[in-house]
Ligand binder design. Structure first.
Ligand code: TRP
Length: 460
């Protein structure tokens, strides 16, 4: 028997709180900003289908595995992996997985908070009535003016980073629980309301067709990889974020039920955001494939036009900032938990240190949209946002899927089967066997094949 471990960082007070925190981590810019724009770039339906399949057969099983490892280890991912590997009689080098995750989290945070900064800026613009009378051109020009100003971007990026550090410094429990309880229902409500508006544009059928009618001739190898990477990104998988959250999860909570709930909510938010945005895109003659600015160009047109747009626009971007905030917290939590455990640092010091580092690194992304921009080829697609695209591809397309693959291999091959049965707590029935088959065989091989297949597509 293993000794009973308790987390050094406190525990979630209930199952609901874990669901809220994990949903808070999962639902973020990935759903509202990234999903619509990459769907637009990759031609819609077929891409969405591949993405949904990746969520179902790769994302969900690996998410369960990641939570399972975290709860069994009850430490920061680095120490959890070391402990669990020792317990399974395997190499302590598995702690590498934790390290790679910490690095991935910091890299993602560096650009994530720049984009979140755009949303902060848009809160003020919306409240200021800046969107009134926007059409495609003026909305595009407004966005272009913002991103080509590095000073502005660095400033909002700093504000968002500080917000994140404030919560992480206090410990994820006290800050996060209340925030997410209000945020998630509000976000759903507002998306439903926007949906009502968007449906009225008369382009509902076009939106449905674009998102859900797969045209496989539009599916490229790059699209498949992007869909795979995004399944990890949107569920916060593959770098220890969900592992850390799992380490604060009470033992009696059912992992499978909670993870299903989280994954379904995450997917719903993405699809709703996608619908709203593409309806507005079609109604206003915008290009679906216009890249990272898509949400920031399309929605302001709608807010500028609808009645109550000032209020709803402001509220919407406030919610986007909140959603990004509860995600960003989980991006740096593994690094902070590690510094607290292994370097004996105070949480505050650790959080400030990591935050400052991410901010500086984020300047690379800040510059990507102006003077440092360059374009390059990746897997047959042209990328135009320089280092931002490089960081995004490096993390979402490679680090997260490979991290997730390692997690699946660990849960499926290294850990004692009996320990996984014990931790999942659903017995050894059909449900367990489906999960076990998926993490043991399906997900690692699927990720492996997709990544290997992409290597020959890299620029040479
Ligand atoms: N899932 C979040 C989103 O969709 C982003 C995020 C938070 C994340 N934590 C993560 C992505 C950990 C990868 C890994 O916006």
């Amino acid at each position: 028997m293993t000794e009973k471990r308790v987390s050094l960082h406190g525990m979630w007070s209930s199952r609901l709180v874990f669901i809220l925190a994990a949903t808070g981590s999962a639902v973020g810019l990935g759903n509202i900003w990234k999903f619509p724009y990459i769907t637009g770039l990759n031609g819609g339906g077929a891409f969405v289908l591949v993405y949904l399949i990746c969520i179902a057969i790769i994302g969900i099983p690996i998410m369960m595995a990641e939570v399972l490892l975290g709860r069994r280890g009850r430490r920061s991912p680095i120490n959890t992996m070391m402990e669990l590997a020792r317990e399974a009689g395997s190499s302590p080098r598995w702690s590498w997985l934790g390290w790679v995750g910490v690095v991935a989290g910091i890299l993602i945070m560096s650009y994530y908070s720049v984009i979140a900064g755009w949303a902060v800026a848009y809160v003020l613009d919306a409240a200021d009535g800046a969107f009134v009378g926007f059409d495609g051109d003026s909305a595009g020009a407004h966005f272009g003016a913002m991103v080509s100003n590095p000073g502005t971007l660095a400033f909002w990026h700093a504000i968002f980073t500080i917000l994140t550090v404030l919560v992480v410094a206090r410990g994820v429990r006290s800050g996060l629980e209340q925030a997410v309880k209000v945020l998630m229902p509000a976000l759903f409500l507002l998306l439903a309301l926007l949906m009502g508006y968007a449906v009225n544009t008369g382009y509902f059928a076009d939106g449905l067709h674009f998102l859900f009618d797969p045209d496989f001739s539009k599916l490229t190898p790059e699209g498949v990889l992007t869909a795979l990477g995004h399944a990890f990104f949107t569920l916060s998988l593959g770098m220890g974020a969900i592992m850390v959250y799992g380490s604060y999860m009470p033992k009696k909570t059912s992992i499978s039920k909670t993870i299903f709930t989280v994954a379904i909510m995450d997917t719903l938010v993405a699809l709703m955001a996608g619908m709203v945005i593409f309806l507005i895109v079609f109604a206003n003659g915008l290009q679906p494939a216009s890249g990272p600015g898509l949400v920031f160009v399309s929605l302001p047109i709608a807010f500028g036009e609808m009645s109550g747009g000032l209020l709803f626009g402001t509220l919407f971007f406030v919610l986007v900032v909140f959603a990004a905030w509860t995600s960003a917290i989980s991006l740096i939590e593994p690094a902070v938990a590690f510094l607290v455990e292994n370097r004996g640092m105070r949480r505050t010091t650790a959080a400030v240190l990591i935050g400052a580092f991410c901010w500086v690194l984020g300047l690379v992304t800040v510059m990507s949209f102006s003077s440092w921009s360059f374009s390059f080829e990746f897997a047959g697609a042209t990328k135009t946002d320089g280092m931002f695209d490089v960081l995004d591809i490096l993390t979402s397309t490679f680090m997260l899927p490979l991290g997730g693959m390692a997690i699946a291999i660990f849960a499926g091959w290294i850990m004692q089967r009996a320990d996984t049965v014990d931790e999942l707590g659903v017995g050894e029935g059909a449900g367990y066997r489906v999960w076990y088959t998926l993490v043991r065989y399906v997900s690692p091989f699927a990720v492996g094949i997709l990544i290997l297949n992409s290597l020959h597509l890299l620029p040479t």
